[in-house]
Design a protein around this ligand. Structure first.
Ligand code: ADP
Ligand code: MG
Length: 760
């Protein structure tokens, strides 16, 4: 810029230059200095221009703009990638990387925000740079102007200096004019001094200007530096964002790769599965094809069959009718045949039944219908102490049918069917008896007698105790269980009566009036059967019923007599069990009777001089026991006449003693020394009963009647029992009385009524 000219034109007033030489070098030095200053400033300006020239800033700006553009492009590319990823993500719903993607997206949007901010900052910086560039251009222009002005001034000053020098030289050559010239120069020199001071002030001003410009430049430098710093920071941030973006991109790529891998794997798996399934389907198809191929002929056959079946169905009703007719005829014939076979089988069965019965009878006959057991009770407290209570009975270890009695220093041996020692239990005794009891179910009549002196254990064997029951209760229990086991084919009814015979009077222990004497009568139907009008009969169905019956009978007996023990030892107690059976398949009816008799004491009271009622009792007992012996003997020896009527007991038991009935005599003995006489008597009685059926020869014996109790007494001390038994004769075998079985079978099965008189 061209400023106002402050220096005076020296060229025109050279003559005014002072003549003193000392002024010229000072000025020229000053001018040189100014020149040097100007040069310096110009150089400084050019240096500044080159250093901080607008071109560099522009370059920087251009670079930033290019960088910005590149970032924009990259951003666009990332957005494209993001879109692609979103699309893929949409395809991959429910994938496990969704969450990570969301995080990455969040991060990306944050980065985008930051990039946006950086971009804004960059724009601001751009504007700032632009402003600074403009200002710089202005400063440059001003500098240019001042430099031009300076050059002009310089030029003018040097011109004037030259003029002055020329004037000085001309003045030297014209000394007369010197004073004037000097004055002029002095005048000129004051002017020049003024101009110099002006130019100095001007120079001062310019220097100030330059200083200001330098200050401005310095500020601009600082601003540039800060903007460079900001730009570097931004670049670093951008680099960070880039790396972040790079990392996100890398992660995304990895994710995409993983997803791709997973997808490929899934596709491969699906493919291989599909291949396997395809293979199976192919195989199935092949199987179906072959099936179809094989089915075709089958279908043809089926169609053929169907057609023929259709024809058959058409003809079926006729065929059916015909077939039914013939089937009916065949079935009728078959039924007829079956019926015939059944009839034949039934006939054979009945014949077999009779045969079996016959065989059984024969067996029983051979074994002996009368069996005699001996039971020795243990020594009890009642036997006392000392020699009288000593044991007099011993047994044979090798033979359970033999027993030895030490009587008056002599040992007498007896052989029975079985001997029970004192330690034998009720159970063991019953085991030997139970076959007899069960035969009652088959329709046989059975009598079991307990014989022996009072206190020998008769009641214990028959009744027992509640904790250890005897034959009576066990027999009924067995009957119940047998009846139950046959219930599928047979109907059974079991009835019981309890009676006693005291002094030859029969009394009903279950009746309302036990004192009433009952009579034994012939049935009015002419069958020859006996019955006891008024004898109570209880139908029992369980063990509880039996217990009630026994209880009832026992109570009656207790209330009727003052001393039961004594009374019971003087009377015969009878438990009569009747079993009526009906075979449902054959209609066969059976009736068996089981008589369980606890006999009166067999001790010989008569001999001890008893009188009155005691003697009468003894006589009755003696008579009835002798009569029992007689009957048994007559039966076994097949005598034509059996004296049943000689006692109430035998008369009552007539049915159950005759024919194919079975009898067991349980002879009870005491082992005590003081009882040996009675024991001897009882054992002799037992052996005689048994000896009756010894072999065919013995049946020919001729003994007409059974020894009385007295007779037994007389023979007691003679010889050992074996000798006695062998000395006895036997009657020849003769047909027994007509069997009571047939008539008993004919009896009607009684099924109702608890208290009812029954025929005996
Ligand atoms: P009986 O009826 O012949 O008069 P009991 O049966 O009343 O004789 O018996 C007389 C006593 O001997 C009773 O106390 C009875 O318990 C006991 N007794 C009889 N036989 C046996 C035995 N085998 N075991 C244990 N005690 C017995
Ligand atoms: Mg008794």
């Amino acid at each position: 810029m061209a400023g106002p000219c402050l220096w005076p034109d020296l060229t025109t007033k050279e003559s005014l230059l002072p003549p003193e030489s000392r002024m010229h070098p000072e000025m020229s030095e000053e001018v040189e200095n100014l020149k040097a200053n100007l040069l310096d400033q110009a150089q400084e300006i050019s240096r500044l221009r080159s250093e901080l020239g607008g071109t560099d800033l522009e370059k920087h700006r251009d670079l930033l703009a290019a960088e910005n553009e590149r970032l924009r492009q990259e951003m666009k590319a990332r957005e494209g990638e993001l879109r692609e990823l979103r699309r893929q993500q949409g395809q991959c719903r429910g994938c496990t990387h969704l969450q990570e993607n969301a995080v990455l997206q969040e991060r990306l949007s944050q980065l985008q925000r930051e990039a946006e901010e950086a971009r804004a900052k960059l724009a601001e910086l751009d504007v700032e740079v632009q402003q600074k560039t403009n200002r710089l251009a202005e400063v440059e222009l001003r500098l240019k102007d001042s430099l031009a002005e300076r050059a002009e001034e310089e030029e003018r000053l040097s011109r004037r200096l030259r003029d002055s020098q020329e004037t000085i030289a001309s003045l030297k050559s014209q000394p007369q004019q010197i004073k004037y010239i000097i004055k002029t120069v002095e005048v000129e020199s004051t002017k020049a001094k003024q101009a110099l001071s002006e130019s100095q002030s001007r120079n001062q001003y310019l220097q100030e200007q330059v200083g200001m410009q330098r200050q401005v430049l310095k500020e601009m430098e600082q601003q540039l530096q800060s903007s460079q710093k900001t730009a570097a920071q931004l670049r670093a941030q951008i680099a960070m964002y880039e790396s972040e973006l790079e990392r996100a991109h890398g992660q995304m790529l990895e994710e995409m790769q993983a997803m791709e891998d997973e997808k490929n794997r899934a596709i491969e798996e699906a493919f291989s599965r599909a291949q396997v399934e395809m293979k199976a389907v192919h195989e199935n198809l092949a199987g179906v094809r072959t099936n179809l191929l094989t089915l075709q002929p089958a279908l043809r056959t089926l169609t053929h069959d169907y057609n023929s079946l259709k024809r058959q169905v058409r003809d079926f009703p006729l065929l059916l009718q015909e077939t039914l007719r013939s089937a009916r005829a065949e079935i009728g014939q078959a039924i007829e045949e079956v019926n015939n076979t059944n009839r034949e089988l039934l006939r054979k069965y009945r014949r077999e039944l009779q045969l079996r019965k016959k065989c059984h009878n024969e067996l029983v006959r051979l074994k002996g219908n009368i069996r005699v057991f001996g039971r020795v009770r243990p020594i009890t407290k009642e036997d006392g102490e000392g020699p009288e209570a000593a044991n007099a009975v011993t047994f044979d270890a090798n033979d359970d049918a033999v027993l030895h009695l030490l009587h008056k220093g002599k040992q007498v041996s007896f052989e029975l069917d079985k001997v029970f020692p004192p330690q034998a239990s009720q159970e063991e005794v019953f085991q030997e008896v139970q076959a007899l009891v069960t035969s009652c179910i088959d329709g046989y009549n059975v009598c079991i007698f307990a014989y022996g002196q009072t206190g020998a254990g008769k009641t214990y064997t028959m009744e027992g105790t509640s904790a250890n029951p005897g034959i009576n209760q066990r027999a009924l229990q067995l009957l119940f269980s047998e009846v139950r086991s046959k219930a599928s084919d047979w109907d059974y009814a079991i009835t019981v009566s309890v009676a006693e015979i005291y002094n030859e009077a029969l009394r009903d222990l279950l009746g309302k009036e036990p004192q009433e004497k009952l009579e034994i009568k012939l049935c009015p139907d002419g069958s020859g059967q006996l019955y006891v009008p008024g004898l109570t009969e209880f139908r029992v169905q369980s063990v509880e019923d039996i217990n009630k019956v026994f209880e009832f009978g026992h109570v009656k007996r207790v209330t009727e007599c003052t001393n039961l023990n004594e009374h019971s030892s003087r009377s015969h107690a009878l438990l009569i069990v009747t079993v009526h059976g009906l075979d449902r398949s054959t209609g066969l009816r059976t009736t068996g009777k089981l008589n369980l008799v606890d006999l009166a004491g067999s001790e010989r009271v008569g001999r001890s001089g008893a009188e009155g009622s005691r003697l009468r009792e003894a006589q009755y007992i003696n008579k009835s026991l002798s009569a029992l012996g007689d009957v048994i003997y007559a039966l076994r020896s097949r005598q034509g006449h059996v004296p049943f009527r000689n006692s109430k007991l035998t008369y009552l038991l007539q049915d159950s003693l005759s024919g194919d009935s079975k009898t067991l005599m349980m002879v009870q003995v005491s082992p005590a020394e003081k009882n040996t006489s009675e024991t001897l008597c009882s054992l002799k009685f037992a052996e005689r009963v048994r000896s009756v059926e010894l072999g065919p020869i013995s049946r020919k014996a001729e003994l007409a009647s059974w020894p009385s109790q007295e007779q037994l007494e007389v023979t007691k001390g003679d010889v050992p029992g074996t000798a006695v038994s062998s000395s006895r004769g036997h009657a020849s075998p003769s047909p027994g009385p007509p069997s009571g079985r047939a008539t008993s079978i004919r009896r009607k099965l009684q099924t109702s009524g608890k208290l009812r008189p029954v025929p005996v």
